[in-house]
Design a protein around this ligand. Structure first.
Ligand SMILES: Cc1cc2nc3c(=O)[nH]c(=O)nc-3n(C[C@H](O)[C@H](O)[C@H](O)COP(=O)(O)O)c2cc1C
Ligand SMILES: [Fe+2]
Ligand SMILES: [Fe+2]
Length: 393
């Protein structure tokens, strides 16, 4: 295949992955994803920015068969979905130099067994001249590994950002066709791997805003012709102000915990709060993760099984705690039969979250009139806290 023109001297050689349904063996991909790679042709040198997941090597190979020479392969991120085909590209172009930062060099050696003498190390802010076109390297650690970086081509005002600003979306078009689809795919990606680093990301966004940019070319999903679209979305996601939303991941074996969830939801909605319930047993964990980007409050609901909190709920609590969401209020409700360690587990699992843990509401069997009063109190506490946060009038 002929490389596809993005703009003058810049070509797309990546691969959509229509059929991939799970990322990181964790996050569902309802819209598939893509691994983008780009060929940049200067007057003297030709470079490849990133490669593709090895599962799609045949696609990259079919493009590269039409590219006579590659002088440089820029590695912006060592994770295998972008660097996994590097060994194959290097065997195709034995003279090519791998250009990357020192942290990435270390990871290329450990993760892909790339020979050390193939790698040229560059510094933050350094440049590489291709003849008429320049690469300026911008280090952007922790989106989402320590070695991640961007590449800017000032002559074309194009910024390559690898995972950053990317979206999980398989599409045959190079540029955005449907902003809503891209928004959801980008939020899914951000929520899973970048949201824990939102404080660091703020600095990266500020750096990017100082550049003159016409195109943002990420390594997943389509290219942005309107950079403000994705920059504005990221600014909303990384902001410290949560939204007037209670995220309610719940699970229930026989419906008792579910009755508590429904009652609490109704109360909160009546108080003017948006509720997002997710049945943990069937929910798309990616959607639940996306909801953690905005929620001011997270209330987990689960019954006791074999002396402890339902294991699926434990998994969600653990996952939420390592995502370090911006939520300010946390709660737990659930039903039990005779006893167990669920309360200890609530305390342990929520010990790392930054926010107030409200008094859990535990109910023996089906909730009684007394228990509903405890849920009323919980709803009032959450409502008051949303008011204090300025989320409610
Ligand atoms: C497989 C199983 C194991 C259970 N183990 C415990 C237990 O160790 N301790 C306890 O207090 N209740 C235990 N229960 C009782 C449930 O916690 C109780 O029935 C609760 O009301 C179920 O809530 P649900 O209707 O939301 O599923 C167990 C129930 C099941 C089905
Ligand atoms: Fe990655
Ligand atoms: Fe990636």
């Amino acid at each position: 295949m002929d490389p596809r023109k993005v703009t003058d001297d810049i070509y797309y050689v990546g691969a959509p992955d229509w059929d991939r349904r799970l990322f990181d063996s964790l996050i569902p991909l309802p819209q598939g994803t893509s691994y983008n790679a780009y060929v940049i042709k200067g007057q003297e040198k030709t470079a490849l920015i990133d490669t593709v997941d090895p599962m799609k090597w045949n696609v990259l190979k079919s493009y590269l068969e039409h590219v006579e020479k590659i002088d440089y392969i820029v590695v912006q991120h060592v994770e295998q979905d972008h660097s996994g085909s590097l060994p194959m590209v290097l065997s195709m172009y034995p003279e090519a130099r791998v250009v990357t930062n020192s942290k990435a060099k270390e990871l290329l050696i450990t993760h892909l067994h790339i020979a050390e003498n193939k790698i040229d190390v560059i510094e933050d802010g350094s440049t590489l001249n291709l003849g008429g076109l320049t690469f300026k390297f911008i280090f952007a650690p922790w989106v989402h590994w320590p070695e991640t970086m961007f590449t800017y081509v000032p002559e074309r005002k194009v910024l390559f950002t690898c995972d950053f600003l990317g979206s999980h979306l398989a599409t045959s078009s190079l540029f955005i066709e449907d902003e809503r689809l891209v928004y959801m795919g980008a939020k899914r990606y951000y929520a899973e791997i970048m949201s824990p680093f939102r404080t660091i990301i703020k600095g990266h966004i500020e750096k990017i805003k100082k550049l003159e940019i016409q195109l943002i070319a990420p390594s997943h999903g389509p290219i942005y012709q309107n950079p403000d679209f994705i920059i504005n979305a990221y600014e909303d996601w990384i902001s410290d102000t949560p939204k007037n939303i209670v995220l309610l991941p719940w699970i229930s074996m026989h419906g008792s915990t579910k009755e508590m969830v429904d009652y609490l939801s109704d109360k909160l909605v009546q108080n003017g709060i948006e509720v997002e319930p997710y049945d943990i047993s069937t929910a798309d964990i990616g959607e639940l993760t996306m909801a953690t980007v905005d929620a001011a409050t997270i209330v987990l609901a689960a019954p006791t099984i074999l002396t402890n909190m339902h294991p699926m709920a434990q998994l969600v609590a653990y996952w939420v705690s390592i995502l370090r969401p911006k939520a300010k209020i946390y709660g737990f409700i659930g039903s039990y039969g005779w006893g167990g360690k669920t309360l200890d587990t609530v305390k342990a699992l929520f010990s790392n979250v930054k926010g107030d843990l409200l008094e859990p509401v535990l109910v023996k069997g089906l909730p009684t009139a007394e228990d509903y009063k405890a849920l009323d109190k919980l709803a009032e506490e959450i409502t008051n806290k949303h008011r204090v946060l300025g989320l409610l009038p």
